[in-house]
Design a protein around this ligand. Structure first.
Ligand code: 5B6
Length: 525
């Protein structure tokens, strides 16, 4: 007789075992607003206050009643879900609404933005990479055309006997005074240019950036543990510090490449350098989630815009995490006046019950052929389109009351986090973030006197162990984030209550007391 197989071995067994080991391996059975529920050993439903809220994808909460009712009616009305290559007005409606919001929050003359839909955040980011490469290839082709014309002009002048070939530091040519002197110079220029044109682009992103985990987008996510096994699969990224404009300029100088051009000047054929578009795009999160909710400054936003304008590459504003209202504006980039060429949105666009993402491309850069070059079976579907329309209507209702609520609740929650910091200066380093995108950063505990605390800190697990404790003792769900997992994230829905905020403060004071008193045994399960 064969033994029954434990079905828990089939999906994410290692991850689930590890979650259980830190006290986070709970199966939630119901979700409503800002609350998750699990059933305990007595069969009782236990509510848990959720500060993770789908990694920030639930600005309107879990299973929002209005959105769920809308979804039911969409399905009941038999709205077509998959009708690829037909007219789909919901895609126009959502894009028009996003354009109106963008125009209001980040005025940009009469530019409009064209939308391309996708299914996930990383997919939207990869769409940006592809589109930026189309732009770059077009610039390369224009440059190569110009160089080709110059070579023809020089060849004609050489044949007519009007010019001589000068010595050039760029290309070494056999000097024999004959006709092949010119042709060997051209051959070498063309060989060098072809080699350059075949090279992959370099992208720019900020230190500790997170832009996804697919094959190409993972190269824009700095975490070496996630990125470096795959560096051979896609083009690389230079990570630059937002607060060091000089370092940004140095990085650009470092990657600079020149195409060779052949020019006739005063009866002499010379070789000149032309700036080659080596940089594909600059990717920026207005609020860096994975970097502990760090908000870009106005000064950094200005520098980044200036760099992109100087280089001629698109600025991709990744609003996958920060967009859709949780910072107190629909686009977080409004706060620091960051104007992008491409914008990505996802997460709350799905209203907590659908997967959706979109890229908005500034009209003057958009390449219409992309609409055919790129596609995905599930993108732009009728169901997620109808949900996105509903979400946008709800966020924009009453003059954007949702954004004001996010700002107000975020202010209250931040004040509580600041009070915890003031009470525990030896334990808490900083409070970061804006609106409902906040983090409390703990001080490094790798040299803690409690063996358990220092050991967990050294293995990068302390944040998870603290999250497990807060869940167990306070029925509050938080997760760590930040480059060394030293921060705890708060990105709840706009249905957070004052009582929830007070409870959160109490739970954090308790966790801070453990760290201050080095009472590691209290964290052990
Ligand atoms: O939908 P998808 O996950 O592909 O979106 C990618 C993405 C995200 C994002 O925030 C930005 C700005 N750009 C693209 C999605 N964020 C996910 C995320 N995941 C973790 C931590 C984060 O701060 C953000 C994470 N951390 C640990 C383990 C697993 C995930």
């Amino acid at each position: 007789m064969s033994r029954p197989v434990d079905k828990r071995v089939f999906a994410d067994k290692v991850l689930n075992d590890w979650l259980s080991s830190v006290g986070l391996g709970i199966e939630y059975t119901r979700a409503d607003g800002n609350t998750l529920y699990f059933v305990d050993e007595n069969g009782d439903e236990v509510p848990v206050l959720d500060h993770v809220c789908g990694f920030g994808s639930l600005i309107l909460g879990h299973n929002n009643r209005e959105i769920v009712e809308h979804a039911k009616s969409v399905l009941d009305r038999q709205v077509p879900v998959y009708v690829q290559l037909s007219r789909q007005s919901h895609a126009d409606d959502v894009a028009a609404e996003l354009n109106a919001i963008l125009r209001r929050e980040i005025p940009d003359g009469d530019q409009h933005y064209s939308a391309i839909y996708a299914n996930s955040g990383a997919e939207a980011v990869e769409i940006c990479l592809k589109h930026a490469e189309l732009e770059r290839q077009a610039r390369i082709a224009a440059l190569a055309d110009e160089v080709g014309t110059h070579i023809e002009q020089a060849r004609e002048a050489f044949r007519a006997g009007n010019v001589t070939v000068a010595d050039t530091p760029y290309v070494r040519v056999e000097r024999n005074g004959g006709a092949d002197e010119f042709e060997s110079l051209v051959a070498e220029v063309e060989r060098r240019n072809a080699e350059l044109m075949a090279r992959e682009p370099v992208h720019l992103a900020l230190e500790n950036a997170f832009h996804g985990k697919l094959v190409a987008s993972i190269q824009l996510t700095q975490n070496p543990h996630w990125r470096t096994p795959f560096t051979a699969l896609a083009s690389s990224t230079r990570f630059v510090r937002a607060d060091q404009p000089e370092a940004m300029k140095t990085a650009i100088e470092d990657v600079r490449e020149s195409m060779l051009d052949v020019l006739v000047d005063d009866g002499v054929v010379t070789v000149a350098e032309r700036d080659f578009p080596v940089i594909g795009a600059f990717f920026v999160e207005p609020v860096q989630g994975a970097n502990g909710m760090r908000v870009l400054t106005e000064e950094a936003a200005r520098e980044i815009r200036a760099v992109c304008d100087a280089v001629g590459c698109p600025l991709v504003v990744d609003e996958i995490h920060s967009g859709m209202g949780r910072t107190g504006a629909f686009f977080a980039s409004k706060h620091m006046g960051l104007r992008g060429d491409y914008y990505t949105l996802s997460k709350s666009l799905g209203g907590g019950i659908a997967k959706n993402s979109v890229v908005l491309f500034r009209q003057d850069r958009f390449r219409p052929e992309f609409e055919v070059i790129h596609s995905s079976t599930y993108a732009k579907d009728g169901y997620s389109g109808a949900i996105a329309k509903k979400v946008l209507r709800m966020l924009e209702a009453d003059n954007g009351k949702a954004y004001a609520v996010a700002a107000e609740l975020g202010g209250k929650l931040k004040a509580v986090l600041e009070s915890v910091r003031a009470e525990f200066p030896e334990v808490v380093d900083a409070v970061n973030g804006i609106g409902l995108m906040l983090a409390l950063e703990f001080k490094d505990q790798t040299n803690a006197s409690s063996e358990l605390i220092s050991e967990k800190a050294r293995s990068g697990m302390l944040g998870y162990v603290i999250a497990g404790y807060i869940l167990r003792e306070h029925r509050i769900r938080v997760l760590p984030l930040g480059p060394s997992g030293n921060s705890v994230r708060f990105e709840p829905s706009i249905f957070l209550t004052d009582a929830d905020i007070a409870r959160t403060g109490a739970a954090l004071r308790d966790a801070c007391t453990i760290l201050r008193d080095q009472a590691g045994h209290r964290l052990a399960r």
